[in-house]
Write a protein that binds this ligand. Structure first.
Ligand code: AOS
Ligand code: ZN
Ligand code: ZN
Length: 386
């Protein structure tokens, strides 16, 4: 296979998971701008996700959020997905929206609240059994706002205990993905604030526990690609929550704020053999002021473009320059790949997959946007702020 053919083959098998909540209405703490035609049910979210897969060919799975996507029959929901050429992906838990969770969930000082939170996580694993999902994605809003508010170490013990109970409930082909976040909603301490804390818990738990890197969850200037390289090297990179940030957890379209950073991350993924393995490439975004389906199409394409550039890095030339201590030469090899216009290559890839080379235009022509505006009245709020 020529190098170009190998790059194309890798791009054809790439899979980007889209989040159910990105299809629904969402907003900031100030305002939710309702859009016309948004899904009213989890099934309609899947109908929209099917369009993203239809036009990109690389978005075959959809992440669920419980209880935002609560249904009576999850096996039937999985069949609804299958009928549209999709599969249900990661099940995202929610231990942050009940009054009981004011002081935390699995780290709460009251054992009864912790029990409630763990029971919810176990229920999520039951749902995974019904949907065939393999990944439980855990993000905890737990933390404290004031020095002395609670015992930082005791909270880690409670977290470890809760995670261990859920870990033991996982089936053989299921795993838990633990997400970290620098701050918010707590501001003094966060119980899983960084990859080191997440890694330490996952390491103790065992091979079915891995870390999720949400690209928006870092301090400005953090070298995320270093974290990615390290976690991959340790076999502990479970997946990504892709999005863009200018300031904090902005949840804007991936690749929009800093396509160079996304390229650097994807280069480390390729370098570490993470493209075809177990790493889940999920989006975690909200589209508050822009049209939702086109924004998700654009996001998937942004991931593809960054991946294509990462695959085009001349690794032999890069290695030779690195070994020779040729600082500028090595940098130039990387920048050459980043500066390549990969859009013609991706158009070819899509044509070879039997798709329209321009997913945005094809979607616009499809009439789906007009159809859902006409047919769906009273769309759901996704449940997520920003
Ligand atoms: C929260 O900030 C995290 O990014 C979560 O991954 C996610 O946005 C939320 O839990 C939706 O499932
Ligand atoms: Zn996230
Ligand atoms: Zn987030």
């Amino acid at each position: 296979m020529t190098e170009r053919a190998a790059v194309k083959a890798a791009l054809k098998t790439q899979a980007v998971e889209t989040p159910s909540w990105a299809y629904g209405n969402s907003g900031t703490r100030f305002k939710v701008f309702a859009q016309q035609g948004v899904p009213r049910t989890p099934q309609e979210k899947l109908d929209d996700a099917a369009k993203v897969h239809e036009f990109t060919g690389v978005a075959p799975t959809v992440a669920l959020h419980i209880p935002w996507d609560k249904v009576d029959d999850y096996a039937a929901l999985a069949r609804h997905a299958e009928d549209r050429g999709l599969r249900l992906g990661a099940v995202n838990s929610n231990t942050f929206q009940d009054d009981d969770y004011r002081l935390g969930s699995v780290c709460h000082p009251d054992a009864a609240v912790r029990r409630k939170a763990v029971d919810h996580l176990l229920e999520c694993v039951d749902i995974m059994d019904a949907t065939g999902s393999t990944d439980l994605k855990l993000w905890f809003a737990d933390g404290t706002n004031y020095p002395g508010q609670d015992d930082i170490r005791a909270r880690q013990d409670r977290l470890a205990e809760a995670l261990a109970e859920v870990y033991d409930r996982l089936g053989d082909d299921q795993r838990m993905l633990l997400e970290y976040k620098l701050f918010e909603p707590a501001f003094y301490t966060t119980d899983v604030p960084d990859w080191g804390t997440a890694y330490a818990h996952c390491l103790k738990l065992g091979p079915k526990a891995q870390v999720v890197v949400d690209t928006g969850h870092h301090a400005p200037g953090t070298n995320i690609e270093f974290i990615v390289a390290t976690l991959l090297r340790e076999g502990k990179l479970g997946g990504f929550d892709f999005n863009s940030r200018f300031y904090a957890d902005d949840d804007l379209m991936v690749g929009a704020a800093d396509p160079f950073q996304l390229f650097r991350i994807m280069y480390e993924v390729v370098r570490g053999g993470g493209l075809s393995g177990e790493v889940a490439f999920m989006l975690d975004q909200c589209h508050n002021v822009e049209s939702k389906i086109p924004a998700i199409l654009r996001s998937v394409m942004n991931v593809q473009e960054a991946t294509a550039k990462a695959l085009l890095v001349d690794r032999d030339a890069l290695g030779a320059a690195q070994r020779a201590g040729d600082v500028l030469g090595a940098n130039a090899v990387l920048m050459d790949a980043f500066s390549t216009d990969v859009r013609p290559l991706l158009r070819e890839v899509r044509e070879e997959m039997g798709l329209d080379p321009d997913p945005m235009a094809a979607y616009a022509r499809s009439g789906w946007a007009e159809k859902i505006v006409a047919e769906r009245v009273g769309g759901e709020q996704a449940g997520w702020g920003a």
